[in-house]
Design a protein around this ligand. Structure first.
Ligand SMILES: Nc1ncnc2c1ncn2[C@@H]1O[C@H](COP(=O)(O)OP(=O)(O)OP(=O)(O)O)[C@@H](O)[C@H]1O
Ligand SMILES: Cc1ncsc1CCO
Ligand SMILES: [Mg+2]
Length: 312
């Protein structure tokens, strides 16, 4: 694994330092093609990505999926979700606000997805908090998602919970947990947990591919082998609720048309570019959210694909 930093100037001139060769001869050039194709394909084919998500941000998740060019459907009933799965390119499950019946409903849905090899994205919101959430997240270990997307503390807590940290055993209390839904850890602290989680997910996937995405000031995406860092976005994204949740929903939208690594990178890059554009066109959290949805719609596939990506 090389620690050579490979950064490419994007169209907005955010970064101009090349500390490695250019994209030629490395996977990054190919990844950029895959990212651009995923963005274009979503806009051309409007894939459905169904969501079972929290009540706080459900509207933003659906609107962001539509603004990215996809289609949305929200449901909380296992029979609904399982019946719709065949026409949903990938599903999104977010455990932010739980009700008692979810303890049976969510593992039932995950088992059905596992049986059919249906792709899904997990957002382990508030991982480590509460017995019910912990039971649900532990149950997913036997029927894992294709992508896990969360903030650093959630990724660390989930890896601990699944016994994937060097010191952890399944069932032990996680070493860290978020403060409510907010991270208390830096993205860099989640590199190893994210890599181990991605390796675990890939080993259970029918085609042996998976990804983990950790959001923050600099996003991190890994397929278990290579770690990618994507800087950018806007601090205003933390002043609206659901930037992360809707990023998970849009990741599922891209997963409907792309492999897990491409889907996670495309969603992160799309959010970074849209956040930057929205910041220049808004005047506070309310107008930022509106400008952000517009930017998700208007940002070009080339802008997303040209994003600054560092590969480690
Ligand atoms: N300080 C920051 N500067 C720039 N972009 C940021 C910053 N913090 C987060 N982001 C971006 O905001 C989006 C959401 O990430 P965040 O880590 O806030 O998710 P989250 O904690 O799961 O959010 P939520 O649970 O409120 O939906 C990502 O696209 C990320 O890149
Ligand atoms: C604020 C909040 N509370 C439960 S879920 C959620 C959305 C951000 O994760
Ligand atoms: Mg979150």
């Amino acid at each position: 694994m090389s620690d050579a930093s490979l950064s490419i100037r994007n169209e907005r001139g955010i970064d101009s330092s090349y500390t490695n060769s250019d994209d030629s001869g490395c996977d990054l050039a190919d990844l950029r093609v895959r990212i651009r194709t995923a963005v274009e394909q979503v806009r051309a084919t409007r894939p459905l990505a169904q969501s079972f998500t929290n009540f706080v941000t459900i509207n933003l998740v659906a609107n962001a999926q539509l603004a990215a060019g996809g289609a949305a459907a929200m449901s909380f009933l296992p029979d609904d979700v399982i019946d719709t799965a065949p026409i949903s390119g990938a599903d999104y499950i977010n455990v932010g606000t739980l009700l008692p019946f979810y303890k049976d409903a969510l593992p039932q849905i995950a088992r059905a997805f596992h049986k059919t090899g249906h792709k899904w994205v997990l957002d382990p919101v508030a991982a480590g908090i509460g017995r019910t959430r912990t039971e649900i997240l532990r149950a997913f270990r036997a029927t894992p998602p294709t992508i896990v997307r969360g903030n650093a503390s959630e990724i660390i807590a989930l890896a601990d919970m699944w016994g994937l940290s060097a010191e952890a055993e399944p069932g032990n209390q996680p070493a860290t947990r978020p403060a409510g839904v907010e991270a208390v850890d830096e993205v860099d602290a989640a590199v190893e947990p994210a890599r181990r989680l991605a390796q675990f997910l890939a080993a259970s996937a029918p085609d042996k591919t998976a990804a983990v995405a950790v959001s923050g000031k600099i996003d991190l995406v890994t397929d278990g082998e290579t770690v990618y860092r994507l800087p950018g976005g806007s601090a205003m994204m933390t002043k609206i609720t659901g930037a992360g949740c809707s990023l998970g929903g849009v990741t599922a939208t891209y997963l409907a048309v792309a492999d897990p690594l491409t889907a996670a990178l495309a969603a992160s890059a799309l959010y970074d570019r849209a956040g930057e554009i929205a910041e220049t066109q808004s005047n506070g959290p309310g107008s930022f959210q509106v400008a952000f949805l517009d930017a998700l719609w208007n940002v070009t596939a080339d802008q997303v694909a040209a994003s600054e990506i560092h590969m480690f």
